[in-house]
Design a protein around this ligand. Structure first.
Ligand SMILES: NC(=O)N[C@H]1NC(=O)NC1=O
Length: 175
């Protein structure tokens, strides 16, 4: 994946910026398109902060929409091999591509229960959680209120985003 310094990021025009950062928030080019206008970024932290502020400023329905842009973990798209490249790697890193039949049916059932209750999918940063933590997290979070889950989901989106940005932008200047 591209490795850019923040100075190089600041030189990207909006089209190039969208090409590079268009999926740091999964399937949500709007986030990248909106933060571009906040250049110049002082560093990776400033870029992440700007994306986080964009997400926090969304109204409730907008936050729910961002969550809806995420694929289910080990869901239909994953099984059809149709996830984005980033999501494929993340789900693999959590071990979600090698679930037992029992684990898969538990996850599918809980994902469905969660979606019926809240109207958006369960989102968790798969690179920071292994399959057991994901299953226990989902078991707990499905008991929460919609408001709590919108906020929890958006916090996970920020973590996913920070790791994706770290794959793109070098944190030190190139020598
Ligand atoms: N549903 C969900 O959490 N999806 C995501 N999580 C993650 O780390 N990558 C995703 O696509």
């Amino acid at each position: 994946m591209a490795s850019l310094t923040i100075a190089e990021v600041n030189k990207l025009d909006s089209e190039e910026f969208l090409e590079v950062f268009g999926n740091v928030v999964e399937n949500c080019k709007l986030a990248a398109a909106a933060v571009w206008s906040h250049r110049p970024f002082r560093g990776v932290d400033h870029l992440n902060q700007t994306i986080a502020e964009f997400l926090d400023a969304l109204p409730q329905k907008g936050k729910e929409g961002v969550l809806r842009c995420h694929p289910d973990l080990a869901g239909r798209l994953a099984q059809a091999g149709q996830l984005t490249a980033e999501s494929t790697q993340e789900q693999r890193s959590a071990g979600l591509d090698s679930l037992s039949q029992d684990e898969l049916s538990t996850l599918t059932h809980l994902n469905q229960q969660y979606k019926v209750k809240f109207g958006f999918p369960f989102v968790i940063c798969a690179r920071l959680n292994k399959k057991d933590a994901i299953l226990s997290g989902l078991t707990e979070r499905v008991k929460h209120s919609a408001e709590e889950e919108t906020l929890a989901g958006v916090e996970e989106v920020k973590k996913i985003c920070r790791l994706r940005v770290a794959d793109i932008v070098t944190s030190e200047a190139k020598l």
